[in-house]
Design a protein around this ligand. Sequence first.
Ligand code: FES
Length: 315
Amino acid sequence: MEQVVYRIRRFDGREAFWQEYSFGREPNKTVLWGLQKIKETLDPSLAFVAACRSAVCGACAVRVNGEAVLACETPLDALTGRFGDTLVLEPLGNFPVIRDLVVDWEPKAVRLAEAKPWLMPKDGFTAAAGCRQSQAEFRKINAQTNCILCGACASECNKLSAGDDDFYEPFVYTKAGKFVADSRDGSPGEHLRPALARGLWKCVHCQECVTKCPKRVAPAEDIAALRRASIRLGLADNQGTRHARAFADDIAATGRLNEITMAIKTDGLLKSATRLPYALRLLKCGKLNPFQFPAPVEGIDGVRRIVRAAKEAKE
Ligand code: FES
C-alpha cells in the first residue's frame, strides 16, 4: 500500500521536536483523517484539536507545508499531488503552542474582546421591536459573518510575525469591521478606537490573510474599510491618515511620491527633524535629492482621473 508521511512539529510542554509517522494512503481522505489515523493506530500521545469536522468550528486549523489550512476540509490527495508523499505539519504560526498542534487561544480572545465584537444597538431599538435590518444592509456584513475564528489569517500575517505589540490579529479587524458596518450598531467608534490604537494603519498589505482564509473572508479589505470609516467619523488625527492623505496628494499632483514632503506632512517638522541622520545617509547614497522636485509622470491626466474616481466612489 502506498504510504504517506506526516512530519509533525511536536511540543511536549518544554521543548519542540520533529517526529515522522508513516501510514497507508487511502483515496478521498482529509488531512484530519491522517491525524486521526496516527492517533488511533500509531501514537495516542499526539495532540491536535477538531470538533465539527465540517469546516464550521475552526478548531482544526494547522499549517501544512507552510500554509494554514482547515485539516478537516483539506483533501490529502490534493496536498500529496502538490508536495509529494511527505507533508510537514506544524501548529498555527503567531500563536503560543500548548502541546503539539494545539495552540492557545486565550491571549487572542483577550485581544479580540478589546475591539468589542458585539452589537451595541442604536437608540430606539427595543426588545419588542428587535434589531431589524434590510437585506441590503445585511449584505454589507454578510462576508464578515463567515469568519469562524480558525486563526488561519493570524497564522500567516506577516505584520503579526514581526511583533504583536502594534498590530491585532487580522480577524480582530474583521470582527470590528462587521459591527462598524452593521446598520443596527450605534457605537462604531467603540469598535474603531481600539483598532486605531493598535495598528489599523500598519497593515503591510501582503494579502496573506485574504489568500489563506478558508472561508473567503478578506481581513485586508476589512482593514481598508475600517480606515475609511475612521476618517468619516473624524478619527483622522493620526500618523496613518496623514500619511495616506499625503500619499494621495502626491499621486494626484505628479504621479510620484515626494519623500521629503511626505515625511513632513505625515510626522510634522519636529519629528521629521529627528530623522536627519537617516536623511543624510539617504542623501549620501543618492536616494534623496532635496533640490529635485518630481516632474509629473507621463499620462498624469489619466492618473488624476483614477484618483478622482476613487474619491467619488461610494462604499
Ligand atoms: S473540525 Fe471544525 S472546522 Fe475543522
